[in-house]
Design a protein around this ligand. Sequence first.
Ligand SMILES: Cc1ncc(COP(=O)(O)O)c(C=O)c1O
Length: 458
Amino acid sequence: MSHKQTRLFSDEEILSWITEITEEDIKSVHQKSLVPFYDQLWVSGDGAYLKDFKSGKEYLDCTSQAWTANIGFSNPDVAYGVSQQLERLSHVRYGFPTIPRVKFIHRISEIAPKNLTKIAVNAMGGSAAIEAALRLAMINKPDSQQFYTYTRGYHGSTLATMTLSTRFAGVTRFRPWGFDRVSKIPFPYCYRCPVGQESEKSCHLECLELAKHQIEYGSVDKVCGILMEPIQGPGGHIPAPKRYLKELRKWTEKNNIFLIWDESQLFTRIGHWFSSEYYNGVTPDITCLTKAIGGSLPIGCTLAREDLIGFNSAEEHSTFGANPLMFVSGLVFMNYVEKAKLLENTRREGEYITSNIRKLQQKYPYIAEVRCPGLMIGIELVLDPETKEPANTLAADLIEEAMTKGVIFGHMAPISTDSGKLFRNVVKIKPPLIITREDSDLIIEVFESALEEAIDYL
Ligand SMILES: Cc1ncc(COP(=O)(O)O)c(C=O)c1O
């Protein structure tokens, strides 16, 4: 018996929904939407470039649209795989396994740190993966409900993950929920050391000692876990020092506290699959991935130690949590990164861009720090290297100027302190990992010329 379904619409009709629009439609959507729209209307993406509908202009996208398009926009292998899967089976609910789901799990376990062998996947992205990680930790330590997270950290936009995040001005403006269970400890942000150290030589990880003291003596409940981005993203592309993570890991192990990582932005972007490769083998008990690993489709993964008790079927499920399309695009993503040797390219181009921008530091003392690894580049701008006054407007103007020159740079999320100080002074360069040397040269050239013009506005 044939179950062939018939098409109701012509190709032209469907294509018109994707590629045609009137000025009136664009104007009037503002009134109907609960969220703001930007001026551009992105109509197509090709590799590392995005095309604006109105102007027809192409932009080299150094945001990868929230650290996601790591193998480029409209990757042809993803397009083929997803469309083939779509023609075969478009959706199943959580309890129904499919071939891509099984293969995805095997593939990720081939590249994951050896101690992280268990995995749960959802299709709702990072916030859901982080919440799953916390629930998993609580299942495994039912008498401990307190968590610690870091200043300047970001973990999502749901009510619980907002509580776990720093208060980003205008981003996480709601009052935290479950606040009594979450406390913050200082992130080891060496350029602005939370305990006043000025050089690596004199530093004895005093900020870690302070965090340990706070956890030991200041907790209101038994401590379940510490959640962190090993390299902070929205907070300004700030890597925790390697020796900090090594000592933290030793201490959490000794004290039976779960170390939970949020690697949402880091997977492949730092020139390694997982952060533990960059951190000389230091591994967490649980880690979370999202963004790039979905190959452009929404996905959130929680990976955990083999000996941890997993979820029952009611505790971790979601309507789209087994959607086969995301498993296909995720599988293509991992295989593409390997076959196209993108980890090597990321390290090579990241090193090339950062070393060239560092050369500009002498000429422009506004460039305080150029941070990496890989293509997770953060450039902190200050008005005065002595006072370290954040150069917020300089960063904003630089980004605007670069946009007119055809390069989109990222801007750190705004962080405001209680005393009213605002930090929005990090320019982020995080292009797709497929960039060529020519693209890197364009990035360096546009960064310098946009900086010069932004300096003129000061
Ligand atoms: C470090 C980090 N964690 C978690 C999230 C939340 O992911 P999602 O927006 O998919 O919920 C983000 C999103 O930007 C992120 O950057």
